[in-house]
Design a protein around this ligand. Sequence first.
Ligand code: ZN
Length: 260
Amino acid sequence: MRLLLLSLLLALLAGCASGPSINTQYQAQGQNSRVQYIILHYTSTDLAHSLELLTRGEVSSHYLIAENPATVYRLVDEDRRAWHAGVSQWQGRTWLNGTSIGIELVNQGFYDGPKGRYWQPFAPAQIEALIVLLKDIMQRHELAPGSILAHSDVAPQRKVDPGPLFPWQRLAEEGLIPWPEAGAVARQQALFEAQLPDVAWFQQQLAEHGYEVPNHGQLDQATRNVIAAFQMKYRQANYDGEPDSETAALLWVLNNSASR
Ligand SMILES: [Zn+2]
């Protein structure tokens, strides 16, 4: 026993001697968390397959939330990088894996049936578990309300998750994301109905909001995809990617409200 303790002590001493000597007496005021965003996804498959994909494959996420029961799994420590966002951009920042926390929700996503596209609703318990987790992460990393994003926000040309059934408004009710005030939207929409802003205006406003979007003034597929990503969040009844007065009003109010 004494020999074991002695060898343990020697091992510890050797470990100390080999590393650099660091004085941690002073702490800088100028610092914040490396985490800037939380990016939400759905897995497009069931729990067992989600766990397999996220723990054994190239893709990973910090958290995975099951449906029922809504177990929250942590698969990657928050101070490590998970591989969930891929090629991504927001507010001019790129490759967001390094600056974000990824949360995957077990959900089948969509399938295209005879009556069109069917999206699977999210389980209420899963959303409640997500809200508790989001509040905790936001507080610990001192994140502002605009920092929770959809995968479709940061990669609108490739991704649609978490899709148009994800309850963004529920998150807004909890103070987790900004939400355009209905009265202001109605007033602004009336103005835009008289004259709809041109495509260049939409592109400029979407870029100001955070999206990577073309700025050539043409309504091409890339621009439609970005408009659809925005609509999937704030106008879920219709996400056809067309620039219209309601979309313009939502965008304008969000970009010009003080809570942003
Ligand atoms: Zn995703």
